[in-house]
Design a protein around this ligand. Sequence first.
Ligand code: GLC
Length: 419
Amino acid sequence: MSLIAAANWDEWVAKSVALLRANRIEVDGCRYTAPSTSPTAHAAYVHQFLWDSCFHALAYRWFDLAMARDELRALVAAQVQDGPDARMIPHMVSRRGGSEHLWGRPDRSLITQPPLIAVTAMLLHAGAPDVSFLAELYPALCAYHAWFDRRRDPDGDGLVCLIHPWESGWDASPRWDRAMGLPHDMAYEQGRLARVALAARLVEFGCDAQALLRAGSYCVEPVDYNAIRAADLEALGEMAAALDRPQEAAGWRERTARVREAFQRKMVRDGYPYDLDGADEQPVVQESAAQYIALFGGCLTEAQAERLVAQLRQPRHWPRFLVPTSPTDAPAFVPDRYWRGNVWLSVNWLIYMGLRRYGYVALASELAERSLALVAQAGFWEYYHPLTGQGLGSTPHSWSAIVLDMLGRERGLAPPRLV
Ligand code: GLC
């Protein structure tokens, strides 16, 4: 019998409750869940991280809807109020300080992270409809997406670029080596120091993507990020419709279509999606798990999806533990080094949802099964070794609770409607 079928739902809820409650933080009237409060975790992991909070909310909705909503409220409460980056939602919010050394201010970073808040809000809404909660978030999320257009699309093509690898959430991925001017076989420390130096450069340039692009600084238009943005714009359209604003809903649908059209025109080469690097938009022809996230945003045709799924089924992308961020035969593959070929359950969830979107339901189920097996065997880690299944990074790490969402979906359960 599969683990999904045999798993005791109440036990998995209890494990997730224990994990997320242990990492919960209340400060300045906000409640959020830190990635990890374990003394062995990186010091920054007590701060709030944008996409982590979305994954936390998606796990919370199965047992604590009020907390799921508060997780998103805390993100929106941190929206930047003034200056050139007004309306950005920061990737990291440090309400008790701790960001000064990197960002020149104590309370937050100067960059953002994958925009998943509207998607998350609409998934909460699907399980437990509440238009007043949507109404609360909607203006902030509209303004956040307008910020992307203003500050992260210097060539105006509808695709957003990132000015720091930390914006992608895939901090140390080999996808960024060329843009960072680093060799694939660098030492970990070399990469880390380059990222810290780039943060200082952003402060110096006032995070102006135009100026950074002109100066030849890191500037990448990533496949996964733009697909997530397409999904978030689409979710904003659904939100507008739920709020009875049909004209705005149509506007968001158009915006979504524009991203998908630019994605097709610029990112798809020989039928496969690739990141684009620099002012001349050079394709970064590397296979990675990010390509599968194109499915999440509905950015591929059925035929392209079929070819991509055939690639995913190859053993180098589909080894014993799934899905490594780089295929196991890639020159830069290092299975136990942060983002250089490990398994992250946050990434798995995005691929899982994308597979379902395109009708690859059985493959999605297998991914859910293997994700659950990983946590059953190793516990809630930040990431995992794709060949041994060993947990890596910090533990207990909150976002791996996202397996609960896969389990609930696979079991056909409905999230509770009452708080
Ligand atoms: C690391 C990851 C990033 C995540 C953060 C908190 O920096 O690379 O994606 O948001 O940790 O878990």
